[in-house]
Every structure is written in structure tokens, then in C-alpha cells.
Ligand binder design. Sequence first.
Ligand SMILES: NC(=O)c1ccc[n+]([C@@H]2O[C@H](COP(=O)([O-])OP(=O)(O)OC[C@H]3O[C@@H](n4cnc5c(N)ncnc54)[C@H](O)[C@@H]3O)[C@@H](O)[C@H]2O)c1
Length: 243
Amino acid sequence: MILGKKVALITGAARGIGAAIAERFIQEGAQVVISDVDADAGTETAERLGDSSRFYQMNIAEEEEVNTTVERIIADLKKIDVLVNNAGITNDKLLLRMTSEDWERVIKINLTGTFLVTKAVMKHMIKQRYGRIINMASIIGLIGNFGQANYAASKAGVIAFTKSCAKELASRNITVNAIAPGFIETSMTQALSEDIKQNYKKLIPLGRFGQPEDVALLALYLASDQSSYVTGQVICIDGGMVM
Ligand SMILES: NC(=O)c1ccc[n+]([C@@H]2O[C@H](COP(=O)([O-])OP(=O)(O)OC[C@H]3O[C@@H](n4cnc5c(N)ncnc54)[C@H](O)[C@@H]3O)[C@@H](O)[C@H]2O)c1
């Protein structure tokens, strides 16, 4: 069991990539905290995944809620070894139409939310002198995209945040890495029209979108003791789209 006796907190784990990571971590022996702003879907996912998972409702953009929920998790499970900052949203619009509310909503959840949860959890990781932090970025944070200035900026921020945390926390035996997925089949990409999907597929050398399970396997590696010499990295998982 690669993650035997480890406790993992995964944000935005009610569905999509987060739920696939939770499932894979449980298969490898972890105790998993599924957290999400969506209580109905989160509870359902935790029930589906069985006794090794528990659901905690948490909106990552609300500082007070993050702090009290993380304290509750630590009180209940005694520790957090692995944090996966996975929750994220899109709110696509061309720049000319993008309002400051459109901008701020995405930055607040994707970037500030990642900061808030990391801050709340890292104190405990520092005390236990062990931790694995995995931040979900995106290839869009590396290359930008039409209609996604807010999302691209948030994910570029997550990448820079990852590297800064990696430098600050390395001496505490905490690794911090980012995963940059390309196009993965989840509710986030279901919204794209068939035409747009076909056009994107032409840009992917492997000729297809990825599955949440593909990302879960990379997260498993970064959460494991096998990756102990890897920190501050951004690993693309995108069928070769960005190389
Ligand atoms: N699907 C892709 O192609 C793709 C590509 C690159 C990066 N990503 C990133 O991967 C992560 C997961 O994406 P996904 O495709 O599984 O999306 P998804 O929409 O299927 O799942 C995201 C989850 O996050 C939750 N969430 C949203 N706002 C939240 C908040 N404020 N607090 C807590 N939870 C919140 C949602 O309720 C949902 O359950 C995101 O950070 C996304 O940006 C996805």
C-alpha cells in the first residue's frame, strides 16, 4: 500500500479529478478527507468511496471556514500528511467582456483559496516535519488561452505560489509540486462544444483528452514517499500538448 497510514485532504473532491484522486488514494491505503463546497455531491462521493473517506464541507475561498474546518479535520483524524489543492473553477469570457467580478471570482477561488488552505494545513505539517502538497494548476497557466485571462492568471499564480512554498518548506521535509493538466474529461470540459473539442484534439499529439484517473496516478506519485526528492516542479499531463 503506497499510502498506508497516510491522511490526505483533497479539495473539490466531490467530482471530476478530485474524486478520481480520492478513489486512487483510498485504493493505496490512505484515509481521505473529501472536501467540497457542494455538500450533496461531496456526501454522495464519500458514501460511494466507503469507510476510508469522510466528507467535510469547505468553501476554500472563505478564510474563517477554511481555518475552522482544517482544525476540525485535525481534531478528528489527528493529522494531514497530504494536501491536494484541487478545487477550481472557470468563468470564461473574452477580455473585452470580462468584468472585475468575473476576474475576482476566479482569482479568489483558484489562487487565494489555494493559499488559504495551504496556510491552514502547513502549520500542522511543519510540526510533524512531514508533508506532501500538490497544487492543481493547468497548462493554461503556462501558455494562456482565448477567453481565459482570469483562469490563466490564477493558474500561473498557483505555479509561482507552488515554487515559493517549495523553497520555504523544503527544510521542513515538506514537498510542494504542481500538476498542470491539459484537457481532461470532467464537467469542466463537458461544457465545451463538439467543434471546439475537435479543434483542441488536433493540438494534442496523443489525439485524445485525458481521463481523471490519468491525473490521479500522477498525484499518487507526488503524494508518495517515492517522490521525496521532487519539489517545486510543475508536471504537465496533457497528451504532449505543451512540450
Ligand atoms: N478538466 C480539465 O481539463 C482541467 C484541466 C486543467 C486543470 N484542471 C483543474 O483541475 C481541478 C479540478 O477540475 P475538474 O475538471 O475536476 O473540475 P470539476 O468542475 O469537475 O470539479 C471541481 C470541483 O471543485 C468544487 N469547487 C468549486 N469551487 C469551490 C470552492 N470555492 N470551494 C471548494 N470546492 C469548490 C466544485 O464543487 C467541484 O466539485 C481544477 O482546479 C481545474 O482548474 C482541470
